[in-house]
Write a protein that binds this ligand. Structure first.
Ligand code: FE2
Length: 430
């Protein structure tokens, strides 16, 4: 069988060493050894070959705007929303688009080839919606970009948000968002969940809602979200993002809530980089961690991914488009320290996130799309530890980014000249 491209001798996340044969845009063979009669060969010997990284929760309309028009002094979610409100009237179509495209370049260099971005619809111009719809088309050859209609200032709280959400969906935004904890009352939050899920059901769309992103244990909108998913037959199509209030909820209530979330087949996306930064700001000591109950939900079979949320914007002053940074932080905050849990964190930022986004064409299997990443690491756990170079990124069968392996030359006398942070376990006890 002829191939256009062979990725030779890489180590797959499950530990197999294999050649991956690519024809056109498709993986057509994964075998211990493939003959390369034709086509290009990429030597991945000793390197991890992974499915692409996937970010199921991002804000591409705000990214790379850090410092505009000022920085977030309190570091809270609420000041971030306020600051974004100051920036919004100043945005231009071209500026939003250029920043988004610049970010997509960063993403590709990091092997991040699928992104779900929320886009704020509380600007009557819907300027960001139109800019990101154009970006979606332009990056389609290498990034799967999904858009969520996100009423940032509240579906009911902002007078035109309801109409703008519908307008955005009519323009081609494919997922319904919401922010029930930001509505004026708990009752309004509950009503917003119901109406937004009804809109999604009527139009046959998915739902991905910012939900309970607060330290208030009484913020229980995820309960309504799960209830509506069941009532409206949306099981498997609804995602709750953040769910940070669950961290502070009473254990008895959570013991009743989690089975409901499992029955409704809700997906969950915690965003550890952002919420470890934003949450607990009203606490003295002890300060709460800004994370939902990840391991507890996974134990019940609930699908939990890791999202990035923000890079250099009103809510977060750092970020590099590296989903391994996200996995690294999530692993620490959720205390996922066992080898199985560490490996699971890598799976979360690749396969699990792809499943949450409904991207069944991604994955390292014959017949799937030929999108993959070669990393300077020996296995998934080492990848999280090192957050290493992406040596080669392939999208739809084409090399879209390449990088030389960097090594450090030590200037210290008597030490090895070259340093490699990869760890080879000793073959026998010392
Ligand atoms: Fe978000």
């Amino acid at each position: 069988m002829g191939f256009d491209l062979i990725v030779r001798g890489g180590t797959l996340p499950d530990g197999r060493v294999a050649d991956i044969g690519i024809k056109g845009e498709t993986i057509t063979a994964i075998e211990p050894k493939l003959d390369a009669e034709t086509g290009t060969v990429i030597d991945a010997t000793g390197n991890l070959v992974s499915p692409p990284f996937v970010d199921p929760h991002f804000h591409m309309d705000a990214t790379l705007s850090y410092g505009l028009p000022r920085i977030n002094a309190s570091g809270t979610l609420l000041e971030g929303i306020e600051l974004w409100g100051e920036l919004k009237p100043l945005l231009t179509h071209e500026a939003v688009k250029q920043r988004a495209l610049a970010y997509c370049d960063w993403a590709v260099s990091m092997g991040l080839l699928a992104i779900r971005t929320h886009v704020d619809v509380c600007d009557d111009r819907l300027l960001a919606v139109e800019a990101l719809l154009e970006v979606k088309q332009e990056v389609a050859p290498y990034i799967d970009l999904q858009l969520v209609a996100f009423p940032q200032d509240g579906f009911y709280r902002s007078p035109t948000a309801r109409a703008n959400t519908i307008r955005a969906l009519d323009k081609g935004v494919e997922i319904v968002g919401g922010i029930p904890h930001f509505e004026r009352t708990m009752a309004d939050g509950t009503r917003s969940v119901t109406e937004l899920c009804e809109i999604a059901a009527t139009r046959g769309l998915m739902v991905d809602m910012h939900c309970d992103e607060t330290d208030d244990p009484n913020s229980r909108h995820v309960e309504q979200l799960a209830y509506e998913a069941q009532r409206l037959g949306l099981q498997g199509r609804v995602t709750g993002s953040h769910l940070t209030s669950m961290h502070s909820m009473d254990n008895y209530y959570v013991s009743k809530l989690l089975p409901l979330i499992a029955e409704a087949n809700l997906s969950v996306i915690p965003n550890p980089l952002i919420n470890i930064m934003l949450q607990g700001r009203h606490d003295s000591f002890p300060k709460r961690r800004g994370l939902t109950r990840v391991k507890e939900m996974q134990a019940l079979g609930i699908r939990v991914g890791w999202g990035q949320d923000c890079v250099l914007d009103p809510w977060y002053s750092l970020g590099t488009a590296d989903m391994l940074d996200v996995a690294f932080m999530g692993l620490h905050v959720a205390q996922m320290s066992s080898p199985a849990d560490m490996a699971k964190c890598f799976d979360m930022v690749t396969n699990v996130n792809a499943a949450i986004m409904g991207l069944g064409h991604l994955g390292l299997e014959v017949g799937k799309r030929a999108s993959l990443v070669v990393l300077d690491a020996g296995n998934p756990i080492e990848a999280i530890r090192l957050r290493p170079e992406r040596l080669c990124v392939i999208a739809r069968g084409k090399v879209v980014a390449e990088r030389e392996r960097r090594e450090t030359k030590l200037a210290i006398s008597g030490r090895p000249a070259m340093v490699n942070r990869r760890h080879v376990p000793p073959s026998r006890p010392a």
